[in-house]
Design a protein around this ligand. Sequence first.
Ligand code: HXC
Length: 299
Amino acid sequence: MTDHPTFSPDLLSGKRILITGGGTGLGRGVARHLVDHGAEVHLWGRRETILAEAAQEASAGREGAVHYHTVDVRDYDNVDETMGRIWDEHGPLTGVLNNAAANFIAQTEELSPRAFSAITGTVMNGSFHTTHAAGKRWIAEGLRGSVLSTLTTWVWTGSAFVVPSAMAKAAVHSMTMSLAVEWAKYGIRINAVAPGPIPTDYAWEMLNPTDKSSVGATQADQIPAGRTGTVEELANLTMFLLSDACDYLTGQTIAMDGGQMLAGPGTFAGLTSLTNADWKQIKETSKAASEASKAQRTV
Ligand code: HXC
């Protein structure tokens, strides 16, 4: 991360941007850059202490630049009520970043219905709920707006061993194309980014729980550019897409993966070489990470 803004420091001045899943991972990393470029940022997540820490980190001492709210994006009423509070207490959003995700690698036949719903409810339903709650307010008030969703290249290729995530992200890709057409007349843009692997603490644990699981293509030597992406690169693309610099750009999902998708099969195809015993170990390790995270939730 550089210590100075990459673009003009007022690129996002006057913007009020919501980041779902903003307490951890990519959302947390991107937040700081949005603030550095003049935006007011709202972070949503399920763990209050983690959100408070993330807000403190992203604001870097700028009073009032970052706010946070405990929200479960799977629950429409919770989303709509919190969106109303942002509108009333802070003012209308100008942008929404659908970043909240849930994912872990697993053999699909081993998934329980609750596991499927936890992932699809967060990624697909959560992105719809948040987009709908902001979009209907923009339309009612004649305001312009911009929605950006964080997807993966699986929307084009599918990916073995992350089937609920691949299905849900493909649905959000479809929402992006569909709503771009429906809401263009209101000045609302709908886009998405599809980053390749970018290491962040928790997601990395879920996607690389054991040494064996590294045959899934999250490793630098499996990427044509020879490295994984960085949060700063994702932040740069995010800021451009949420800025007024690309007002004519809508309905697109933009891959940023060092050429990975064009060079080989879906991200986790390599895991077909694992044995059931490997998978047993993966499940134990990644479930322990899930449980540790769950223990900190306040909603
Ligand atoms: C198998 C698991 C599991 C695991 C949970 N479950 N973790 N099954 N392996 N590792 C099962 C549980 O046993 C339970 O089913 C069900 O899933 C719901 O679990 P809960 O913990 O109650 O659900 P929830 O609180 O919603 O937690 C969701 C989560 C968790 C998926 C488990 O990971 C999460 O919230 N993650 C948020 C952050 C995240 O994962 N980001 C991913 C970003 S990576 P039963 O039937 O037992 O009750 C990404 C793409 C990366 O999106 C792209 C790389 C290229």
